[in-house]
Design a protein around this ligand. Structure first.
Ligand SMILES: [Zn+2]
Length: 196
């Protein structure tokens, strides 16, 4: 089932997500719906707050990045098959010199800005079977995880850009929250006036 993606301005995107247990209602179906929703919107990651649930769960599938010719073959190969569900994740280490990448977000359509992040991370998480993993990622895989991890902390990539750029996109962000935007996937906008 395709779920509407919550647009910028909705309070749920600002909540710090709560941990869940394996008894979380309909977890299996929820995860399946999140993948379906992400693929439909051509995203590489989707966090639970983006479909209205302030819980510590996100999914990643970097396959679309594997075609990027700027990357070396090894990274392309890794990205092609990297699909992972992260439950109750905890980034335990971030390393290396900040690098810029032009990020976008399904909740903030049509805006892309350079965001600086560290290139290497170590993360603990549970998969959909509640098996615990500790893994290290680098490059674009780490980047997508960091972006999604921010979502469950109530942080958006637009928080991480310069104050000048923030001023420049202010109007666009306000239009997004009002639904004054064209998107070809299902969205839910916080500031659409209710029809009488
Ligand atoms: Zn996002």
């Amino acid at each position: 089932m395709i779920l509407p993606i919550v647009a910028y301005g909705d309070a749920v995107l600002r909540k710090k997500g709560k941990e869940i247990t394996k008894d979380y209602p309909n977890l299996e179906a929820l995860i399946e719906n999140m993948y379906e929703t992400m693929y439909e919107a051509l995203g590489v990651g989707l966090a639970a707050p983006q479909i209205g649930l302030p819980i510590r769960l996100f999914i990643v599938d970097t396959a679309p990045f594997s075609e990027d010719e700027a990357l070396d073959t090894e990274e392309q190969e890794f990205l092609k098959d990297f699909r992972q569900t992260f439950i109750n994740p905890k980034i335990i280490k971030e390393e290396g010199d900040d690098w810029a990448f032009c990020e976008g977000c399904l909740s903030i359509p049509e805006i892309r800005e350079d965001v600086f992040r560290q290139p290497k991370i170590k993360i603990e998480f549970f998969d959909e079977s509640f098996k615990k993993h500790t893994k290290e990622y680098h490059g674009l895989a780490a980047r997508v995880i960091q972006h999604e991890y921010d979502h469950i902390e109530g942080v958006l990539f637009t928080d991480k850009i310069s104050s000048l750029k923030k001023r420049l996109i202010k109007g666009k962000l306000s239009n997004i929250s009002k639904g004054k935007i064209e998107v070809d996937y299902k969205m839910r906008f916080p500031d659409i006036k209710k029809k009488r």
